[in-house]
Unconditional design. Structure first.
Length: 184
């Protein structure tokens, strides 16, 4: 008897760049101060959850006549927020407390990570960059959407950002999302 253990998993990487274009750093910890080490780079790597809506979106896209909008370069957006609660993230349809405007995918995204039939050919990569002046907040959550208007969007994936990413009006926030389709 065959048994499938197919799953979809994801990874979210959030990087904050300062006005000089270099990766911003968290404030030094006590030990970093004592030993003269700089603060840790502000790169936050987290796992995400493909939402209930995301599961349905993938199934819809695989159908002969999809009814929902595909999350592509024209209709792919990252929304960020400031109020991760940890409450029912699988059911989230947007972030809990949005800040800024959902950012469209960068040019050439989304894309397949590896060439077809090569390593990583089961990974889809998404990237959105919030330019300086787009945000001024402590970011704790993100959502991957198929519409710039969150009320009309389907949420493919949702993630907590920890540690929180502190973004000022002079910083740039780059959000890299990978969705991996696993089968066994």
């Amino acid at each position: 008897m065959l048994k499938s253990t197919s799953k979809i998993k994801g990874k979210l990487t959030v990087t904050v760049f300062g006005p000089d274009g270099k990766i911003k750093r968290f404030p030094q910890t006590f030990l970093q101060k004592i030993f003269g080490f700089p603060g840790t780079e502000m790169i936050c790597v987290n796992h995400n959850i493909v939402t209930d809506e995301g599961d349905a979106l993938v199934a819809d896209i695989m159908s002969q006549t999809p009814a929902r909008q595909k999350l592509d370069n024209t209709n792919g957006f990252v929304q960020v927020g400031t109020n991760w609660t940890g409450t029912t993230p699988k059911q989230n349809q947007v972030v809990n407390t949005a800040t800024g405007v959902p950012e469209p995918m960068d040019a050439t995204y989304p894309k397949q990570k590896g060439a077809f039939s090569a390593a990583n050919d089961n990974v889809t990569q998404y990237r959105a960059t919030f330019e300086a002046a787009d945000l001024n907040a402590t970011i704790t959550e993100a959502a991957l959407l198929n519409n710039v208007t969150p009320a009309s969007a389907d949420c493919l994936a949702y993630a907590q950002i920890t540690p929180s990413a502190v973004v000022t009006t002079s910083d740039t926030l780059q959000v890299d999302w990978e969705i991996t389709f696993l089968g066994a």
